[in-house]
Ligand binder design. Structure first.
Ligand code: KG4
Ligand code: ZN
Length: 337
């Protein structure tokens, strides 16, 4: 079975073909970072317009590139939500149109299910049941997955998503956008003994997160110091260590509460090297296995949507035909069915 996957929920235009016999056939990706960089964040209208310009040529490459053939896929998966409404509509309308023209099922995919399933594209994919930490620019979720396609949210953020906190911190330190990679880069020169930032909501029970206090703490620290190169590096490191520690503490707590033996970490922040190192250490101490997508599939990509399309088609057999032409800018993982 071959599935075309389309992702346009935010600032990445991406498309891929997944084949259940051969794995990932090909994938293309165009980033809008340059477009939004000078605004310090994503401008929704510009994102949607750029998807319109970029998406069709990208899909065309999938069928005409050197490693591809022009076989019609067995289904078209597109991100139906959550995300920016205008951006989602570009992928949804093109995906639906192609499916209709080819007389194949169209599959409206939940973006976070795509992220959660991304490690399934790797050499040693996790089995179910598992626990997932989904950390992106819009979400911070701890999800229990007792069986394929069933999701129970154990914890989420009460305010900012962790990726958003990285982005806002980078902006206030004058480091640019997106924040995750530039904070991680700046933090490499940081002195770990200079500042220690709070680990929000770790000293009380529960699995929810809150990152706005950490962001404010960072802002206050930045205002109290002259932001020379070393101070920026020291603040970036203190922020990164606090964010990573907070996520890791909650993961271990969730593992112990659910007694799951596998943890999937996905979404843009899952590319963070310090987070991977910390979870690696804790997984040995606590006795669980951690699974990640390759770093390029932590951030938004078409491969995870193509795989999720195959996964959904397999689960429902007839696909997900009831979703109409609608997109779902706000859509909980627990409401997929
Ligand atoms: O999953 P994603 O590409 O898009 C959303 O669905 O939001 O995640 C983007 C987020 C951004 O906030 C970005 O700053 C963060 O992931 N990010 C990182 C790293 N790479 C990307 N955060 C921390 N460390 C990284 N290496
Ligand atoms: Zn994402």
């Amino acid at each position: 079975m071959r599935i075309l996957g389309i992702e346009t929920s935010c600032d990445d235009t991406a498309a891929a073909i997944y084949d259940s016999d051969h794995g990932l056939v090909s994938h293309y990706h165009a980033s809008q970072i340059e477009l939004h960089h000078r605004y310090g964040g994503v401008v929704p209208e510009l994102a949607a317009r750029d998807h319109i310009r970029t998406l069709l040529p990208l899909i065309d490459k999938l069928f005409t590139g050197p490693e591809n053939d022009s076989r019609v896929p067995d289904g078209v998966a597109y991100t139906a939500g959550p995300g920016l409404a205008g951006a989602l509509l570009v992928g949804a309308s093109l995906g639906k149109s192609l499916a209709q023209a080819w007389e194949k099922p169209a599959l409206g995919i939940h973006h976070m299910e795509g992220h959660l399933l991304a490690p399934m594209l790797e050499e040693c994919p996790p089995e179910f049941p598992l626990l997932a930490l989904l950390v992106s620019g819009g979400h911070t979720l701890l999800v229990d997955v007792p069986s394929p396609g069933r999701y129970r949210i154990l914890g989420s953020t009460l305010d900012d998503a962790v990726g958003e906190a990285f982005d806002k911190t980078a902006k206030l330190l004058g480091l640019g956008y997106p924040g995750g990679p530039v904070i991680a880069q700046a933090a490499m020169a940081g002195n770990p003994d200079r500042f220690r930032f709070p680990r929000p909501m770790t000293n009380r029970p529960g699995l929810d997160f809150s990152f706005s206090g950490l962001k404010t703490h960072t802002l206050t620290t930045a205002q109290q110091h002259k932001l020379d190169h070393q101070t920026v590096a020291d603040i970036a490191l203190a922020f990164e260590l606090a964010a990573v520690d907070t996520l890791a503490i909650k993961c271990v707590r969730a593992i112990k509460a659910t007694r799951r033996e596998r943890l999937v970490v996905a979404g843009g922040v899952g590319a963070n090297r310090r987070l991977r190192e910390e979870l690696g250490r804790l997984s040995i101490d606590t006795g669980f296995e951690v699974f990640y997508p390759r770093p390029e599939f932590c951030t938004d990509n078409g491969a995870m949507i193509a795989y999720a399309g195959y996964f959904r088609l397999n689960l429902n057999k007839e696909g997900n035909p009831g979703r109409g032409f609608g997109v779902y800018p706000r859509w909980s993982l627990e409401e997929i069915e």
